[in-house]
Design a protein around this ligand. Structure first.
Ligand SMILES: Nc1ncnc2c1ncn2[C@@H]1O[C@H](COP(=O)(O)OP(=O)(O)OP(=O)(O)O)[C@@H](O)[C@H]1O
Ligand SMILES: [Mg+2]
Length: 485
């Protein structure tokens, strides 16, 4: 879990909250994000990992209670606090507050010390209820049917990590997120590559919310399937009359995002002419609107994503090398899900929780059989495919049930769980083999079995087998176990 709690202040006048914000940031060390409209507040709740929301009843937009109700859906684990005018409060409000499951009211005028104390207590209460949920689940798992016993994945949510909305336990993702966190603090361009559905956009958003540009916008532009002229006008702007239909000046996203971040998705798809314009922006910070002679300066952080490997396109002469080098101030490659199978169980659990919160179904958990089948699937659509499958399963399940293979789509329910390990143990090629061969065969079997059972969590496997991490890595290499999936 993230060590620093994040507080979302959805408030009208930032000056009124200056003292409280300073207490929360400086005395308690929380990360504070501020939104002064309903739209901005909900956007922040979508993108950042929020632990607590304070919302003022005077907030611009539909109503504060609406914001808090939406937060209950978007970030269900975040505590919700409503700030009321000194004389507010009637029965209708009370009912709406009930629906938003508000933890506390605060009344105006704002007392910074009180805000700090209430937030601290609310976060403590949230942590207690999180632990309570985990413990009750473990107790439930223990005394339930043997199908769910001894499941290493049974304790998954206790020790999984997150980088904003990215959830993982694998070492490869942990390393990647550490680099991403360091990269976030710089202004260098970042290039995120990886197969479809691996979480590149989620990573880009997480980086923005861990940079010092959080108070400025994050603007997303997909560069695929859009004409050159349109893309140029979207990003660099245009002047009136620049092309037929350009009836007024347009600022362009780069200038609109000044001080913030622009996320360019499918960056492999841009034309050679557009590559030149982009190079100028990345090198000099210069933007020239279509049809204009003027050059403007803007300060934006560029994050790009691509499913195709730009290095291969450069090698084939399909992409400018100078632009590629500029874009990859940091190059992050998100591994496909099949190469970090230990993430499958935690993600399955995470999505089950997410969709049960959204649909209000009360499920008991995921059966071992389902987890085994998920482990054997190659996931060409990566995390998105897993999320879709779980969402579908939750929709088909009823209150008080476990998710079982009966809820799975045909593609997954057709997978035959691998029960051949015990059989293969009896079939080890021991006849006529030398002692060395027999020992090696057994060793390979035991390491394979432990890796499979502990979902390729190499730290846990090394610990269980009494090996060092390097020792385990050597055995994996020697027996070529990484390729067996
Ligand atoms: N580590 C993760 N934890 C939680 N959710 C994830 C994770 N990775 C991906 N997702 C979810 O999977 C879906 C796909 O993620 P995202 O859109 O970021 O992928 P992408 O790499 O940008 O895909 P594409 O290349 O197709 O655009 C989203 O719903 C996202 O929330
Ligand atoms: Mg994407």
């Amino acid at each position: 879990m993230a060590s620093v709690s994040t507080i979302l202040l959805a408030i009208t006048y930032e000056q009124e909250w200056a003292a409280a914000k300073s207490v929360l940031t400086n005395e308690y060390g929380y990360r504070v994000l501020v939104a002064n409209t309903e739209k901005k507040a909900l956007k922040l709740a979508e993108d950042a990992n929020i632990d607590l929301v304070i919302c003022e009843s005077s907030l611009e937009g539909e109503s504060a209670l609406h914001v808090l109700q939406q937060c209950r859906v978007i970030c269900p684990n975040a505590m919700r606090i409503l700030v009321k005018e000194s004389n507010g409060g009637n029965k209708k409000n009370r009912e709406a507050a009930e629906r938003a499951a508000i933890y506390q009211f605060i009344r105006k005028p704002i007392d910074a010390e009180q805000v700090g104390m209430v937030v601290k207590r609310a976060l403590e209460a949230a942590e207690l209820s999180r632990r309570h949920r985990l413990i009750s689940r473990e107790l439930k798992l223990d005394d339930d049917s043997p199908v769910f016993a001894n499941r290493p994945g049974g304790k998954v949510s206790a020790d999984c990590s997150n980088f904003e909305k990215l959830v993982y336990v694998s070492e490869s993702m942990a390393e990647l997120c550490n680099i991403a966190k360091q990269a976030a603090r710089t202004d260098l361009p970042i290039l995120i590559q990886g197969e479809t559905g691996t979480g590149k956009e989620l990573m880009a958003r997480a980086i923005h919310f861990n940079s010092n540009r959080t108070d400025s916008p994050l603007i997303v532009q997909n560069c695929g399937g859009i004409s050159d002229e349109m893309l140029h006008s979207e990003l660099f702007g245009h002047v009136r009359g620049a092309f037929p239909g350009a009836i007024s000046d347009r600022l362009g996203l780069f200038r609109a995002a000044d001080g913030g971040t622009v996320f360019l998705d499918e960056i492999s798809e841009i034309s050679p002419a557009f590559q030149v314009s982009l190079l100028r922006l990345v090198q000099e910070g210069e933007v020239k609107p279509l049809g204009s002679d003027r050059v403007y300066h803007c300060d934006v952080r560029i994050i790009c994503a691509s499913n195709r490997r730009l290095s291969e396109m450069v090698a084939k002469g399909d992409y400018r090398q100078d632009l590629y080098f500029r874009l990859k101030g940091f190059e992050l490659v998100v591994p496909p899900l099949r190469e970090r199978r230990e993430d499958i169980a935690v993600l399955a659990e995470f999505f089950t929780q997410k969709y049960t919160e959204l649909t209000n179904v009360n499920l008991l958990g995921i059966s071992n059989d389902v987890l085994d089948r998920l482990q054997l699937h190659p996931f060409p659509g990566n995390v998105r495919e897993l999320e879709n499958e779980i969402q579908r399963m939750v929709a088909l399940a009823s209150d008080g049930e476990y998710l079982t293979s009966r809820h799975m789509s045909e593609e997954f329910s057709a997978i035959i769980p691998d029960t051949s390990f015990k059989a293969s143990y009896a079939n080890l090629p021991l006849d006529g083999a030398t002692l060395k061969e027999k020992v090696e065969s057994l060793e390979k079997h035991l390491v394979t079995e432990a890796l499979r059972r502990l979902r390729w969590n190499q730290s846990k496997v090394a610990k269980e087998l009494g090996l060092s991490r390097v020792g385990l890595a050597n055995k994996i290499k020697r027996y070529q176990l990484a390729n067996t999936g």
